[in-house]
Design a protein around this ligand. Structure first.
Ligand SMILES: Cc1cc2nc3c(=O)[nH]c(=O)nc-3n(C[C@H](O)[C@H](O)[C@H](O)COP(=O)(O)O)c2cc1C
Length: 382
């Protein structure tokens, strides 16, 4: 089982990648978390950077390093988790040139974004818009694969489709034929936005068509979600996004509760592909703001249901120091006027699990001054 940390533009940046990969078993997340020697103490095997948008030029090294400062430290987080840079664009030649540079800079592979729902990106034919054009997807993956050394993995992250999922198999096959070595499937269409549920059972359909390792993604907030995602998709490997930001002990808890399966999980049909249950919500327009991922207009646009109050896997006493180290990194890397927003975004997700984060969020809601937030952290009121 591989557990990957999702790319999340504007949220899961260098500072939060660093922070979430500092979590360790023994901090309350479950002793089995650190069991296998090859598993990183945080339970995370690999991170993916936020997307680096490729429009019309070969980017200079500093542009890659801005999004992925880990390139300065061997392509790894400070605690040693490999990070794979993600590219977003629609021009095969330009993507290939930039992928080559990214690989030279030391990225642990190149990931290609075929899922971004942002209007501005889709208007230019990138992100999830490519899911209507499997032939172009194939050309992009092939060009990138040819451009980077054989030892550098090329992977892709896709949604199930743009308006509907009828070309999901074609897209997965195009990615495989292009020479990628892994596909992460965010089990929703662009039209679904971030509206639950995630259609994990559709990943099982893709597994029946392609031989590549697939990784299931979407709506994994709890150990039970992870178990159900594995069963429905047939994938043992999972990518965790908002669930890990809301509950930083989630990866370790999943490892503790779901030991490595001895053999690939057999796929059991959950429902017929075209049954009403599989199609619930398909074709509906997104209710989420169509702002660029990570710059969504409202604080709750992608936080999911609040108020579930499931117990977190780490006590708040362990989260507070993480907030401190996160804040220190934000102070080094983020423009002053955006710093308060970064902390509030994380608190916004943490409050799904932690009443203390809810209190902090309410207290800090109207504060935009970095000094005030720093003072609040120092007072230890988190
Ligand atoms: C704020 C935000 C930013 C995101 N940015 C990216 C991105 O840069 N690249 C990408 O492939 N997916 C991006 N995604 C999608 C996530 O990687 C993931 O597929 C999605 O959140 C579903 O997983 P989750 O339910 O575990 O959060 C983003 C999602 C959110 C909410």
């Amino acid at each position: 089982m591989q557990l990957l940390l999702a790319p999340m533009e504007g949220l899961l940046d260098f500072a939060l990648r660093d922070t979430l990969t500092r979590v360790e078993a023994g901090q309350g997340a479950g002793a089995a978390g650190g069991g296998a020697a090859h598993v990183h103490p945080s339970g995370i095997d690999r991170c993916v950077s936020e997307f680096i948008r490729i429009t019309d030029t070969l980017l200079p090294a500093r542009a890659f390093i801005r999004t992925m400062p880990e390139l300065r430290t061997g392509g790894r987080t400070l605690t040693g988790v490999p990070v794979r840079g993600q590219l977003l664009g629609s021009d095969p030649t330009l993507l290939a040139e930039n992928a080559s540079r990214l690989a030279e800079l030391g990225s642990h592979g190149v990931d290609l974004n075929f899922g971004c729902p942002a209007k501005v990106v889709n208007r230019h034919g990138g992100g999830s818009a490519l899911l209507d054009d499997p032939e172009l997807i194939h050309r992009i993956v092939s060009a990138v694969r040819r451009a980077v050394p054989a030892a550098v993995p090329v992977s892709a992250k896709m949604r199930l489709g743009f308006n509907d999922d009828h070309r999901a198999e074609d897209c997965a096959l195009a990615i495989e034929a292009g020479g990628a070595s892994e596909i992460v499937v965010h089990a929703r269409t662009k039209a679904h936005g971030y509206r639950p549920p995630a259609y994990w059972e559709r990943i099982a359909d893709l597994r029946a068509e392609v031989k590549l390792p697939l990784v299931a993604n979407g709506e994994i907030w709890t150990v039970d979600d992870a178990r159900r995602a594995q069963a429905a998709s047939g994938c043992s490997s999972l990518m965790l996004g908002r669930g890990m930001v809301a509950d930083p002990g989630l990866a370790l808890a999943i490892r503790a509760a779901l030991p490595e399966p001895a053999a690939p999980i057999p796929v059991e049909p959950i429902c017929e592909r075209n049954s009403p249950s599989a199609l619930v919500g398909y074709g509906l327009s997104a209710t989420q703001p169509a702002a660029i991922e990570g710059r969504a207009g409202s604080a709750t646009a992608f936080t999911g249901q609040l108020g579930t109050h499931l117990p977190p896997h780490l006590p708040w006493a362990h989260i507070h120091p993480l907030l401190g180290s996160f804040w220190a990194l934000v102070g080094q890397r983020v423009e002053r006027r955006h710093r308060a927003g970064r902390l509030k975004q994380w608190l916004n997700l943490l409050r799904r699990r932690y009443p203390e984060a809810q209190v902090a969020f309410d207290e800090l809601r109207t504060t935009n001054d970095a000094d005030d937030l720093g003072a609040w952290l120092l007072r230890g009121r988190g």
